[in-house]
Design a protein around this ligand. Structure first.
Ligand SMILES: Nc1ncnc2c1ncn2[C@@H]1O[C@H](COP(=O)(O)OP(=O)(O)OP(=O)(O)O)[C@@H](O)[C@H]1O
Length: 451
């Protein structure tokens, strides 16, 4: 029996019912023309266009968060051929993702429910599974789908029963290493309210506030986690020199961050010293609380008397989770207090993490900036960035494990709660040496533990 398909008039009716906008928009234009005439209709259309341009020019941030994803999704859905009827049918057929009714010969093509495009390099295509299909079937076809859709890669996720999301990454926006900007000569020229970290996929600066904030950077080994820490320290360098920022370093691995020894206020590598430094940080915060109360101030202001205290923890997992019990117990008795109270007192924490699991991320939501660099498992992404972020396009587990991808990862945009691909600038050994040179000053009051 040959393949049979539904009559075209039924297919058109079904399609129109599923896409009411395509019927409603021309109907609305026709009605306006009939009621108000072509001049008024043209005026209204020009007004809408002018309002759109005005929005784009006047408030690019909200435009990028609200209007751009909608327009991008429309363009991808209807103007790129990838998801149009015939091509979509062909791709799914070639990838073995259609079914044929054995009795009637009718070919069932999986239906696209909707498309979202939160970023220029990625779109999420929601697809209704056909009877008899499994998520696994689509996962196995993902590579072939990527070829068919002309994409870099396709991720597959189950959304609810019968609906999956294909996360289609179109391009890699970062092909070059980002060179860090010069260190500011003056403390006045540095703003810790907006620290430059690198670039975003939208070709804009990636920056974040450091004062009164905690940062969490997660990534597999070799993903470039320390880039973010180094960029924060470059911004702080003149302030460290002037005694406006004090750096407390917890470096259980004893690698890389040991370059900071000469400019650290406190520094620890061994278990005992680590507990001492973290507990000391909390004592500093309690003392700060008293100082602010004495000064009759409720909020912290950066000064030599009340500097920013920055706690850097290179391997959060070791000190809160899988390290020796005396270490983890000691740290866990104060770290939650630091994370929940230090921000208002001029204490910030930057924690790096390799294996994000529930027990090693203490109070995740207290980290206002969370960066997920290359991950070794899909589950790590939502663990770091928050629920649903992988489905919305944060394919950190699909970042290739090669040196060229180091420093690339995802953050969540605060306002729109959508993931954004970013790349941290890279500080090489000479950049690190320069920052230590600039930050270095006669630290007469050094109380470094573990020296
Ligand atoms: N932002 C970056 N841009 C480009 N390349 C980078 C970046 N960061 C790191 N790299 C490169 O990746 C390599 C690995 O980086 P690094 O050792 O800092 O990663 P890591 O995540 O800190 O690893 P580990 O957990 O093993 O300490 C570096 O030697 C460097 O060549």
């Amino acid at each position: 029996m040959g393949k049979r398909t539904q009559g075209w008039e039924w297919r058109v009716a079904g399609w129109a019912a599923r896409h009411p906008g395509f019927v409603a928009a021309p109907a609305a234009v026709a009605t306006t023309m009939a009621q108000l005439g072509p001049v008024t209709t043209g005026g209204v259309a020009a007004g809408v266009l002018a309002a759109g341009v005005g929005w784009y020019r006047g408030h690019p941030d909200s435009w990028a968060a609200v209007a751009a994803p909608q327009l991008r999704a429309l363009r991808r859905r209807w103007l790129s051929r990838a998801y149009l009827g015939r091509w979509w049918s062909r791709v799914t057929e070639e990838c073995g993702l259609v079914t044929v009714n054995r009795r009637t010969g009718f070919v069932n093509v999986p239906r696209i429910v909707r498309i979202r495009s939160h970023s220029p390099s990625t779109e999420t295509v929601y697809v209704r599974l056909l009877l008899g299909q499994t998520v696994k079937l689509w996962e196995e076809a993902a590579e072939a789908l990527a070829v068919g859709l002309n994409a870099e890669r396709v991720g597959v996720e189950r959304v609810r029963s019968q609906v999956i999301a294909l996360i289609v990454q179109r391009s890699e926006p970062f092909t070059e290493v980002i060179v860090p900007p010069e260190i500011a000569a003056d403390a006045d020229a540095t703003s810790l309210a907006n620290v430059y970290l690198g670039e975003t996929e939208h070709d804009t600066d990636w920056s974040a506030p450091l004062i009164g904030q905690h940062w969490l950077v997660s990534g597999a080994t070799g993903s470039g986690k320390n880039s973010v820490t180094w960029m924060a320290l470059r911004a702080c360098a003149p302030l460290i020199r002037d005694g406006l920022v004090r750096v407390h370093v917890v470096n259980p691995k004893g690698t890389e961050l040991n370059a900071l020894r000469p400019v650290s206020y406190r520094y620890a590598e061994t278990d005992r010293d680590i507990v001492e430094v973290v507990a000391g940080f909390w004592e500093t915060m309690q003392a700060r609380k008293k100082t602010l109360a004495e000064q009759g101030r409720r909020t912290f202001e950066l000064s030599r008397e009340t500097p920013l205290d920055l706690l850097l923890i290179d391997e959060l997992g070791a000190v809160t989770g899988y390290g020796d019990r005396s270490l983890t117990k000691g740290v866990q008795s104060v770290l939650p207090l630091i994370l929940s109270q230090a921000r208002a007192l001029g204490g910030s924490v930057i924690g790096a993490l390799q294996e994000p699991t529930k027990d090693v991320i203490p109070q995740r939501d207290l980290f206002s900036l969370r960066v997920c660099l290359r991950a070794t498992s899909a589950g790590h992404v939502d663990m770091v960035l928050g629920d649903d972020m992988r489905r919305r396009g944060a394919l950190a587990d699909e970042i290739p494990n090669v040196a060229d991808s180091a420093g690339i990862g995802f953050v969540v945009k605060q306002r729109s709660r959508t993931p954004m691909r970013v790349r941290a600038a890279y500080c090489d050994d000479s950049d690190i040496a320069e920052l230590v040179r600039v930050a270095g000053w006669p630290h007469t009051e050094l109380t470094t533990a573990g020296r």
